[in-house]
Design a protein around this ligand. Structure first.
Ligand SMILES: CC(C)(COP(=O)(O)OP(=O)(O)OC[C@H]1O[C@@H](n2cnc3c(N)ncnc32)[C@H](O)[C@@H]1OP(=O)(O)O)[C@@H](O)C(=O)NCCC(=O)NCCS
Length: 180
């Protein structure tokens, strides 16, 4: 898989990306919504899970690489997720903190949502966001998504209220995606 945007390349993650990705996933501040920074084994397992998804589903979270420097700054991609009893197509994103606030999550997320509508023929693309994660909510909003429902996920023995954002295929487009 290879997706290109003006500033980014999205490509399959490999075991060689574990250390770079760990700068995002291993950071307890960046990972506040998960209540802990991953240890290196958890990041390794995360990459393996994406590689399993690539073979089983044909998609997963991809590595986000800066075109200018070749640096891998995080992940962004499409996965299948459960929201209560429903199986949905979701866009997800995790970036290293020193690359936040430059519009990279929206740029990468937009390419992934485009891909899901064009390639998977999805009718709706979701973002599951913990109700404390303002940065992620703002990315979803900038992707043209609207909040649809509230649900609770239990993770690490903690009940975590979440919001389900989504955008429909019909609404997706230059205006809906917030392009200017
Ligand atoms: C969520 C995340 C990927 C956003 O990355 P980013 O590249 O900084 O986001 P962008 O620069 O594309 O910003 C998108 C919008 O969110 C807003 N935003 C970004 N960080 C924010 C923050 N900490 N608080 C509030 N709003 C924020 C931006 O202002 C922007 O809105 P605008 O275009 O109206 O100004 C990043 O914060 C992250 O990796 N967080 C940790 C992992 C995580 O929680 N992922 C989501 C799991 S559901």
């Amino acid at each position: 898989m290879l997706l290109e945007t003006p500033r980014l390349i999205l490509r399959d993650l490999t075991d060689a990306d574990v250390d770079a990705l760990h700068r995002a996933l291993g950071d307890p501040v960046a990972m506040t919504a998960y209540e802990h920074g991953f240890d290196l084994d958890e990041t390794r397992e995360w990459v393996r899970r994406q590689r399993t998804r690539y073979s089983a589903d044909g998609f997963g979270l991809w590595g986000v690489v800066l075109r200018e420097t070749g640096e891998l700054i995080g992940d962004c991609g499409i996965t299948t997720q459960r929201i209560e009893d429903d199986s949905v197509i979701e866009v997800g994103y995790h970036l290293a903190r020193d690359h936040w606030h430059r519009g990279y999550a929206v740029e990468a997320g937009r390419a992934c949502v485009d891909w899901a509508f064009a390639t998977l023929g999805a009718d709706e693309v979701y973002a599951k966001v913990r109700d404390t994660n303002l940065a992620s909510m703002n990315v979803a909003i900038r992707l043209g998504m609207t909040v649809r429902r509230r649900f609770v996920t239990r993770y690490r023995d903690i009940d975590m209220p979440h919001l389900a954002f989504s955008v429909s295929r019909a609404a997706w487009g230059p205006d809906a995606s917030g392009r200017v």
